[in-house]
Design a binder for this molecule. Sequence first.
Ligand code: BGC
Length: 373
Amino acid sequence: MRKKLFEVLTVSVFIAAILAGCSEQSIEEVESETAASVASTEEEKEMTPADMKVGVCIYKFSDVYMSLFKEELKKDLVKAGFREENITIVNAAVSHGYQMLQLKKLINAGVDILVVNPVNTYKTAEVTDLAMDAGVPLVYVNREPDAADEIRWENDNLSVTYIGCDARQAGAIQGKIISDLGFENVDKNGDGVLQYFMVKGEKDNADTYFRTRYSVDALKNAGWNVEQLADGNGNWDKNVSEFVVTKALEENPAPEVIFCNNDTMAIGALEAVSKAGLVAGQDVQIVGADAFEGALENILAGKIAGTVFNNYVEQARLTTGTILSYMKKQNVAHFYGSDYVKVTKENAETILGIIRDGEKTSEDEEIQTEWAQ
Ligand code: BGC
């Protein structure tokens, strides 16, 4: 859009210069007059959501969480006045190289802003450079770029923002869900030590690292003795998790807790323990993160101990708000966070209501007002 305007004006500078030659005005005079008129035209032309082209690149479309987020973001952008045909959402198919290629294509197609869910959070410096060199503001979502890149945004005052949650909080809440059950109720074999499995997300991912570490630390801080019997990468995927847990059960048939870095993997773990003849919720406690519908139903049925609500509705709204702020050339922070919420049988119904009907919490209202200002 901006590029097209520039091209039209460049052509008119050229034509004006030729005409000026006929009327004895110097080329320098014409150029400076035209430059002034270019500047004022650009100043007057304030962008609206309807003219803005948004490029979104998601690390993997089949990821349940990211697919909920992307649908919510599209809905939210359209509600804010963006045109559906101006929103391009592409799948990076878990390849950093492919993601770079797609981002280049989006930039060449003239997007005014990029929303990136990075494939490799340790290679975001390349993504940041690409967007900054093209003069396109950049909003990272869900997967936090590595600290070295983030420090650069601050030091070099780059138009880059990250929107997501603090995974430490999710881990700590998972641990709390288990410690709230009471040690004597969880230590089934009565040996004074809590034996657990850890089903992790992808390697080299901040959510994986922090959820894993902080869930166990919360138990240790509560004074519990803990022992990890097995761990494995379930890659955020139900089937991979089922496989990991099935294998782990062959060696260790009686874990007392199975921590899962997300809910799809918690459902996979539930399948595995049920097939192995264990009663989830009695013999073994499973805990997840995200608050997907399937997990919430299992929490209400007493099979999953709890989860942590990863509010994609709020994160989509924050993303739209950030895009609007970049559009209006307002001051934009480098980070906007969304809080995780502890979910157990007590509040699972309420969270189900929020995700099924898009019901608004008072917190949601506050966020909306904040962005409306
Ligand atoms: C979510 C996972 C999701 C992952 C993708 C996490 O924040 O909890 O469900 O698969 O992001 O990066």
